[in-house]
Ligand binder design. Structure first.
Ligand SMILES: Nc1ncnc2c1ncn2[C@@H]1O[C@H](COP(=O)(O)OP(=O)(O)OP(=O)(O)O)[C@@H](O)[C@H]1O
Ligand SMILES: [Mg+2]
Length: 370
């Protein structure tokens, strides 16, 4: 599977950008702020129906405009063609079209175009709060498993309702506990199902993470992800209910998979606390390569890989390891960005792959070389 062409209309600083791609390597070069990451983000929309950088769709509409549109032509297995279009109009619902047909729910599209992104601020996954880690793993499993995404959406719906109810109790001083019981049951059931799936993913991922880490860092350390959840406890329902008093006081739900975390470990210790910068970067890349491999194993095809600013953030050893993987054709179609054209040209021209270079200036594509 690969993306043959892309059109960005009024998407961030791209007024109108039309591109034809190599099925192997595509490299965007240009100054800081020229619009390189925005192109990758457009591709991200076509796979995951949302931005990787901006959680609000409307902020991606070009200033002073009232909509954006992104269109991509994909070639799937057996030369099947798929046109994906995503439109966001201010004040309206986001729409996804497959071959011109609007989908009832944008989430139906997730998983059809598997995609892995490696970006500069990825170490936030390590340093930031648990929310980012849950989003990462949820995004990963959602691309593999539709039922998971549907159940996760249901979970968040019930959680919102339950929290609103707890607030209403506090405001009105009246408590309808049977309604609360109903939400409890839903959240307990879904937590048990979703945590089992998260746990299963980590089991599959563990050996892949280790082998990629060892390869990239050339190090001996053991690395792992520890799943921190209450939902796998045998008496989870009892645990959930035991927190009701606290829930009523805090007006919040204190148990459930929205409280889960994932401990990124090096040896016995959290890498956040003891890992060097280099170890943290290797860990993140290993995690993303493990994601790539899982998609490839489970979907039977290589996902699209986006590498944003990768040369800036990695040292020579890690770049060399990554280029070795590229030259061994480990990856399928690759999109990367670099603010320093000479560097990426030098590194990529040493590969025997078909490479297209796009130079970008203020959201306009200039010279294209291959
Ligand atoms: N809604 C919007 N309307 C117009 N321009 C926008 C909008 N959102 C972001 N931009 C512009 O997009 C530009 C940033 O683009 P992008 O992040 O793709 O840069 P980049 O080429 O990746 O830069 P760097 O090398 O620094 O990573 C900024 O100039 C920003 O002002
Ligand atoms: Mg960028």
């Amino acid at each position: 599977m690969h993306l043959k062409s892309l059109e960005l209309l009024q998407f961030k600083n791209h007024e109108k950008t039309q591109l034809q791609f190599s099925s192997e390597i595509n490299c965007f070069v240009g100054l800081n702020g020229s619009g390189k990451t925005n192109v990758l983000d457009g591709i991200h929309y076509l796979s995951l129906t949302k931005s990787a950088v901006q959680s609000s769709d409307s902020l991606n509409v070009q200033h002073e405009k009232d909509f954006f549109a992104i269109k991509g032509q994909f070639e799937l297995a057996e030369e099947k063609q798929l046109e994906v279009r995503c439109t966001v109009e201010l004040g309206k619902k986001k729409q996804i079209y497959q071959n011109g047909k609007a989908l009832a729910k944008t989430s139906e599209h997730v998983g059809l175009i598997p995609l892995v992104l490696i970006a500069p601020d990825d170490t936030e996954l390590i340093k930031g709060g648990s929310d980012g880690r849950r989003k990462f793993f949820d995004g990963l499993i959602s691309q593999l498993d539709h039922a998971y995404l549907d159940q996760l959406i249901r979970y968040h719906h019930f959680l919102k309702q339950r929290n609103a109810l707890l607030k209403k109790f506090a405001e009105t001083g009246r408590r309808d506990l049977t309604l609360l019981d109903k939400y409890d049951l839903e959240l307990i059931d879904l937590s048990i199902i979703l945590s089992a799936r998260r746990n299963e993913l980590l089991r599959v991922m563990a050996p892949l993470l280790q082998s990629h880490y060892s390869e990239i860092s050339q190090g001996q350390e053991l690395v792992s992800v520890i799943y921190e959840t209450e939902a796998l406890r045998e008496d989870f329902a009892g645990y959930f209910k035991s927190l009701r008093k606290k829930d009523l006081i805090t007006k919040n739900s204190n148990a459930g998979i929205h409280k889960d975390d994932f401990g990124f470990m090096i040896g016995e210790h959290p890498i956040r606390k003891i890992g060097s910068q280099g170890q943290q970067k290797s860990y993140i890349i290993a995690l993303k390569l493990a994601q790539f491999q899982i998609f490839e194993m489970e979907k039977g095809e290589k996902p699209i890989l986006l590498l944003d600013d990768i040369f800036d953030k990695l040292d020579d050893l890690r770049i060399a390891q990554l280029m070795k993987l590229i030259s061994q054709h480990t990856f399928g179609q690759l999109f990367l960005t670099d603010a320093r054209p000479e560097r990426s040209k030098k590194i990529l021209s040493e590969l025997d792959s078909d490479v297209f270079f796009f130079s970008i200036k203020e959201g306009v594509i200039g010279k294209i070389e291959s």
